[in-house]
Design a protein around this ligand. Sequence first.
Ligand SMILES: *[C@@H]1O[C@H](CO)[C@@H](O)[C@H](O)[C@H]1NC(C)=O
Length: 864
Amino acid sequence: MLPTSLIFALISVPWTISASVRRAYDTHDYYVLEIDSEPEYYTTQLGLELLEQVGELEGFWLVRAEKNLKREQQDEDPILSRYNAIQPSPVKSLIPQTLRRRIKRAPPSPSELASKMGIQDPLFTEQWHILNPESPEHMMNVTGLWEEGYTGLGVISSLIDDGLDYTSEDLADNFDAIHSHDYNDHEDLPTPKLPEDTHGTRCAGQIAAVKNGVCGLGLAYHSRVAAVRILSGVITDVDEAAALNQGFDEVGIYSCSWGPPDDGRTMEGPDYLIQKAIVNGVNRGRQGRGSIFVFASGNGKGSGDECNYDGYTNSIWSVTVGAADWTGRSPYYSEACAANMVVAYSSGNGKSIVTTDKGKNKCSRSHGGTSAAAPNVVGVIALALQARPELNWRDIQHLCVRTAIPINYDPSSPPPSSASDTDYELTAAGRPFSYAFGYGAIDAYAFVHAALKWDLVPRQTYIRTPTIVLGDGKMTKDKVFSGGIPFGKSKDGGETSVSSTLEVTEKMMGHALLAPQGLEHVNVRVWIEHQRRGDVRVEIVSPNGIKSVLAGVSSGGEGGRKYDKAKTGFPGWLFMSVKHWDENPLGTWTITVSDPVNTDFTGKFLGWNMVLWGSSTDTSVSAQDDKNKYEILMNDEPIFPPPDIYDEDEDEDGHATVTVTATETLIGSTTRSYSKPTVFLSTEKPQATDVLEASSTSTSMFASPTSSLNLGNIFSSQRPIFAIFELIFLIALGVVLYVFLWRRRKQASNADYEALAGQNLAMSRIPGERERSGRPGNGAEMYEAFDGGSDEESDDEGDEARVDQPMLPRSARTPREAPSSATIGQSRYRDEPSKLEVQDQTQEGIGSHPQDDDSGSSGSWERT
Ligand SMILES: *[C@@H]1O[C@H](CO)[C@@H](O)[C@H](O)[C@H]1NC(C)=O
């Protein structure tokens, strides 16, 4: 018995599965006939020939009539007249087909475009970051903008770097001498004098290499570039501060491809003067629109480094840029973190950035690292500022968030539960975000076209939450901790993490006039004592369930940074996340601090607070009216609890409800939660001192009976009295157990610690030795020498020295290029650099940069 559907299918086979008939456009006119049944009958009626069904469209048929010269001369198509004459009929429509040509979406080939646009630059066809025929979805996408006339005209960028070769024929015409300076040699012109001073010139070429017969093109080849030389020797904070504001009335964008060492064990931010300069630039630069600071995220991923341990890249005032390679993958060197905003194309997977080099007519084919990613974003912003000069620094960040393309993102496969830093997770605003890619790769065309339509952001505002003090935590000016709630792993398999919550109330929102969906950056400041800083993991979860891992992203959630064995903890370190952009912050935020790594080291969580930045609902004041309003948020807070834990002006009657919870995973992996005292910082309008007292004592697990806190307030209305005793008993038990285990662990672990230290020392010495032998007298060596002491000692001792002697010369910053094979010679990332190395060697001679002979320098931390 054949089912009717099969019979039907057999009947219709000739119409549906036959290959489409060859068209004869020369001899026939084609139409589409719409009819539910009996197409043959009506086709004949109309004098047409039935050919086939239209694709998968049921009831639509391709028909044709022989071309007829006479018919073409008539005013009206006789076939259509005939169709009209038989109406009404089952024929619903008859649509004549006209010939059309669809244009391939593929970009033009580089040589096609070169001839079309009169580009004579010989290396243009090799600049894959501009035109990437091999994978066209991975390029900066600027050529369409060039054809529309956006080339950066009238915009000035400044390279804060190791100089700029203004005698290069590829840069001379776009060089801006007036806004340039050399702070290493204290001269007007930023001459790259050391043999290795090629970094700034290469970065400048990416932005503004002239359209001429030399090397390639800059992304904004009609824009101008100034340069400030600070990386070629020692400078002080005074000079760094001046450098960051050099020419700030006219200079729009500062390109910063450097930062504290990316060794996975430094945690350092800009000092006070430098922060002042950055905020000054943001407030007053570019005639009030704000200087735009673009920072490379760092090249230390191979060393487990993360950009949230760097106070320049985790600053709300900077656009943080990681790298993606020519195939759209995250290169082994590019640092990830919750403050990472976007990526731009750079070296990796066998290809590097082709750009100008130091010398009259020299080019480089081996530029790379996040060092080369940042200038690519600077070039894009230069194009946008030509289109919309009035965009302020926050408009630029909004456009980054909104227009970046989430490359390597598969919406159909949700991230695994233990998401790695390259996995995307959706934000509350519905955008995919990953720690390695940020919001994705910058696309110049999308960016500038969005800029053209962009409504300028309302003024910025912020909520500063009270500081939550845990376990009577305290920290002195000398960064000596006391109190806090312990966390960590114990030898018997138990693991304790500490979670604490904080409520953002309607009142706080209302007082700050923060727009409900207007959240932008989130700062989280923590005080954590720990015996091995790199093991600490910190994450925060928003009221909408969006999680930002602040410390420990690159290890896939394991712990933080494998080489960071500082014993100085997080003395009020300021983290930042852009993952909550456009979220409504109202409700409960939960921070969790843990040490999932090993049983040898433990720590205590002493306290935290937040600053939530965003757009104001107050549209009457323009963003420019906020000048100097911002206080400086240093990356380290000198004492804890901070004296200004509760700012009356900020939130005159907003009282935060604070709950502290410790979750303990006991042996046998049962999870138990118990509440610690719930603290109301005050239901009355608080005096600053009251709050200080209340929060420093009341949240304590070990609150002394003489505490000024009204215990009744906390407990009596909350739960029966026996619960308190149970609680106190549990806590006491926990403390006894903890102290006992900690003692044992400490005794057992001394030997382990020594071994570990030895390994790390050997590892970290490799680049230093090379520098000492190969590059006498340069800034990088100074830095290594300076930094060498921190191998065994804490980095903070270095900081301490600087605090005591603020004018002590600070060593040169580390320029950010791809680490060389030598740098990470013993790491497991060997494959990639050796490929690069091979590539660099094969390309040698063409770019004629002799220093690349030294394989150690090709794309290394040092300038190449
Ligand atoms: C890249 O630029 C072209 C125009 O040259 C544009 O059509 C395309 O949409 C752009 N790509 C994206 C992702 O915006």
